[in-house]
Design a protein around this ligand. Structure first.
Ligand SMILES: [Zn+2]
Length: 332
């Protein structure tokens, strides 16, 4: 896909200038790696300067290619005899992206973890500058933790946080950070699973006031849009959980246990343990074999079938629960 004039203009507008080249270098900006002595262009961001090659940037990004061809450098604005291009991006994000473009080992094999900050930089700038392989890597890593299918969700759930493909934060903080990043970059397909994770992992106080991350010492807060979504979702999740666990209220005619109530007494005991004093609000809970042991074979088979049907229904409704379009319309 080719960048549109609007895309290029938006990059200019963010920097509030007519030309990519027309800028003063911020005296506070520091020279940062990659700083290559044979580089022929200086990328200037809010905090860092990078000396790199136009040709390498153009090779990876049609946006850079069009940017350089649409604007000519001003000879008065040079650093080390190289023209300066000011970009309105975070210096740290640009650092991660340029390091990855120049050093293949900077982005480890997919089986290894990548710090969240690097993943976020790949997603943000990969999308903005159409550096497709970095965008795809970041998206795939995050999607493996926050998938778009129930099968994928069960796999991710089974792996737990120990095998997350991004690292550097606690599971709680990563969930909130990913939800915010997905909202910021409009990668909406990540949001249902990320917001459901937030709803089920965090307390109401953490959802509204944020979590303290013991790994980094940072305070992580949901962005206002995500915070509203998880608060509004609470009632819908409870209703979906009641549907998933609806088998607890049923006595199938084929129940094999003698007596009027059959397996119902055992189901009532289970119902009380699950819904009292704290109600279950997790409609995607997997079937627990321990429940099966308490029921006759007919009731167990029906309960398992209804539970799975309830989970599938809950998954199908998950985007709407968080105020998003249906799965089929959830385009990135
Ligand atoms: Zn029974």
């Amino acid at each position: 896909m080719l960048p549109t004039d609007e895309t290029l203009q938006s990059i200019k507008t963010e920097g509030d200038r007519e030309s990519f080249y027309e800028c003063d270098v911020d005296q506070g900006s520091e020279r940062s790696q990659p700083w290559l002595l044979d580089g022929n262009i200086i990328i200037a961001t809010d905090t860092r300067l990078f000396r790199v090659h136009r040709g390498v940037l153009c090779l990876h990004s049609q946006i850079f290619k069009d940017m350089f061809s649409s604007s000519q450098p001003d000879a008065a604005l040079m650093v080390d005899d190289c023209p300066v291009v000011h970009l309105p991006d975070s210096g740290d994000d640009m650092y991660h992206v340029l390091q990855a473009l120049y050093d293949r080992s900077y982005s480890p094999a997919y089986s290894d973890k990548l710090p969240f900050e690097v993943t976020a930089a790949f997603l943000r700038l990969g999308k903005k500058y159409m550096i497709d392989h970095l965008y795809k890597e970041a998206k795939d890593r995050l999607a493996s933790n926050f998938p778009t299918t129930l099968v994928g969700w069960d796999l991710a759930d089974a792996r737990c946080s120990g095998s997350w493909s991004v690292s550097g934060w606690t599971h709680h903080a990563l969930t909130l950070l990913t939800a915010n990043l997905a909202r910021e970059t409009q990668l909406l397909s990540l949001l249902p699973a990320a917001l459901y994770s937030a709803s089920t992992l965090c307390t109401a106080r953490e959802l509204v006031h944020g979590v303290d991350d013991c790994t980094t010492g940072a305070h992580v807060l949901l962005c206002p849009e995500n915070r509203d979504a998880v608060v509004v979702a609470h009632d819908a999740l409870r209703e979906l959980a009641v549907k998933t666990y609806g088998w607890l209220m049923r006595l199938p005619p084929a129940c094999r246990l003698p007596g009027m109530d059959g397996c119902l007494d055992k189901k009532r005991t289970l119902l009380i343990s699950l819904f009292y004093p704290k109600r279950v609000c997790t409609p995607l809970d997997e079937w627990d074999d321990a429940w099966e042991d308490r029921l006759c074979s007919e009731c167990a088979a029906e309960a398992k079938r209804l539970h799975e049907a309830g989970r599938r229904y809950a998954w199908s409704q998950l985007p709407q629960v968080y105020g998003l379009p249906k799965w089929a319309d959830l385009k990135d």
